[in-house]
Ligand binder design. Structure first.
Ligand code: AHR
Length: 512
């Protein structure tokens, strides 16, 4: 190779380029299917600095707060219309005894958080504090209740404490603790990862136990529970089969957990910020696996529940990398890059496209843990690239699902390929059409020619999230490096919508 050609290629590689793919897209009017807003849910565990520091500050903190709950974090979450928040775990849930977290804070017992760094949990953030947080965010609470080390009675009394409006021991205790009216909690998780940290059970044993616990988690007047069974780990299809067979319609939903590991290897997951194109490609390949996993679990559920009454709930998902160097390995603190935003957009597109079965999902986790929306450092707070995807995609919440046909171009790396393009679309109550497009290819843009049969529209606007490199992150020194900007690459050409989708980007279009 001539030296100057080599230099030119080296300058273009590995994350730059300007080739184009051309793809045809067909968007059709929807039927009755709605994209549940609950797909845009989040998860806050007593883990690392999620609750403590992330949401909850010291008594004498100068960080603006209401009753010790950080206002900057609440405001940011309200802006993206967080529909529900899962709490208190995760693995922590199966060691959590709710009565330790009520009443006078100075008298609450302390415990060791054995799952996450062995730190002392002072129980200052408990049931009342969590529900106040949900009221401030304006989202629904989703409780994960203890099956692994808790009793049936303990769970039954928690529900009575939360939901009974009358005279009873638990309702009186709630009133003594300052809350007159029940909260009427609806989403009720019966255990977490019962195949692992939640008790190392078999599916048969768990599903029998589920029925026992769920029976006594009662529906009180005006407060019916949506009972949620602890479901499969990733590709454990037998777990889903057994739960569907053995529990069936005694559950409102069945969960699924799947994390994107850059390397696919739990003992060396890969860095959040320092990766090359091959590692980026492998991460995206692992992210796209969600499509296959959701499809296969859904197909099993279809056998037992053809009318799709039981929800599939992906209540833990996201990228899980090695922790930031120098941080506590038990705290799961990781940075968040444009790569993570592409994962978020892709996964939300997958959920939207499976919204006939996927009724709820929860990204892990909201603040300072795993694929966080928000990072905090003392009084500072930053919004991650992932946050901006949830901001862009909020238009799909409770909107009518619109089916799309297209063939994705390939993103090729060495001798492997994955689909470069993923899309979902919806129509909101005003008639506006929203199309979310993700181009995973870091080198090539994609030209789209879209026909919208039977849908009327006059103009198109859009917003884009991208950056120079997929490794770009927001830091406390430069919090706006990866952010949303106006997108000018879409236009109406006769009846067609034409889009030039840049490499490594998330774009959301609005057609009115
Ligand atoms: O989200 C972190 C942990 O991952 C959760 O506690 C657990 O449920 C899962 O293994």
């Amino acid at each position: 190779m001539k030296p100057f050609r080599f230099i030119l290629l080296a300058l273009l590689a590995p994350f730059a380029g300007n080739a184009q793919h051309v793809t045809k897209l067909n968007l059709k009017p929807g039927g009755k299917q709605i994209i549940s807003k609950q797909i845009y849910g989040h998860f806050a565990e007593h883990l690392g600095r999620c609750i403590y520091d992330g949401f909850w500050v010291d008594e004498n903190s100068t960080i603006p707060n209401k009753d010790r709950i950080r206002l900057d974090v609440v405001d940011a979450l309200k802006k993206i219309k967080v529909p529900n928040l899962r709490w208190p775990g995760g693995c922590f849930a199966d060691e959590y005894h709710w009565r330790d977290g009520i009443g006078s804070r100075s008298e609450r017992p302390k415990m060791v958080n054995t799952n996450w760094g062995g730190v002392i949990e002072d129980n200052s953030f408990g049931t009342h504090e969590f529900l106040q947080l949900c009221e401030m965010i304006n989202c629904e609470p989703y409780f994960a209740a203890n099956v692994g080390s808790g009793t049936v009675e303990e769970m039954a009394k928690w529900v009575e404490y939360l939901n009974f409006d009358g005279i009873s021991p638990m309702a009186s205790l709630r009133k003594e603790n300052g809350r007159e009216k029940p909260w009427k909690v609806s989403f009720w998780g019966v255990g977490n990862e019962s195949w692992g940290c939640g008790g190392n059970m078999t599916a048969q044993y768990y599903s029998d136990l589920y029925k026992r616990y769920a029976t006594y988690a009662r529906n009180y007047a005006g407060a019916p529970l949506k009972r949620i069974a602890s479901g499969a780990n990733a590709e454990d299809y037998d777990w889903t089969e057994t739960c569907m067979k053995n529990i069936g319609n005694q559950m409102w939903g069945l969960t699924l957990h799947y994390y994107t590991l850059p390397t696919g290897n739990w003992s060396k997951k890969g860095s959040a910020t320092d990766f090359n194109e091959k590692q980026y490609f492998n991460t995206m390949k692992n992210c796209l696996k969600m499509e296959e996993i959701v499809s296969k679990h859904s197909a099993i559920m279809d056998k037992y529940d053809p009318d799709k009454k039981i929800a599939l709930i992906v209540d833990e998902w996201g990228i899980w990398t090695d922790v930031e160097p120098g941080t506590n390995p038990g705290f799961l603190y990781q940075q968040n890059s444009l790569r993570d935003a592409l994962i978020a957009g892709t996964t939300l597109n997958i959920f939207n496209n499976h919204s006939d079965r996927v009724q709820m999902a929860n990204l892990a986790q909201t603040v300072n843990v795993l694929q966080a929306l928000i990072l905090t450092e003392k009084d500072k707070m930053l919004l991650t690239p992932t946050y901006h995807v949830f901001d862009l995609f909020q238009v799909h919440q409770d909107a009518k699902y619109l089916p799309i046909d297209f063939v994705s171009p390939d993103y090729v790396s060495e001798n492997e390929k994955i689909k470069a393009l993923n899309i979902s679309a919806s129509q909101d109550a005003t008639g506006a059409i929203h199309i979310s497009l993700v181009n995973l290819d870091p080198k090539n843009k994609i030209n789209l020619k879209t026909s919208l049969d039977g849908l009327s529209w006059k103009s198109v606007t859009g917003q884009i999230l991208t950056s120079k490199s997929v490794t770009d992150i927001n830091t406390f020194a430069d919090p706006g490096k990866v952010g949303i900007s106006k997108f000018n690459g879409a236009k109406k050409e006769g009846a067609q919508l034409s889009v030039e989708l840049p490499a490594q980007s998330v774009v959301v279009l609005k057609l009115i």
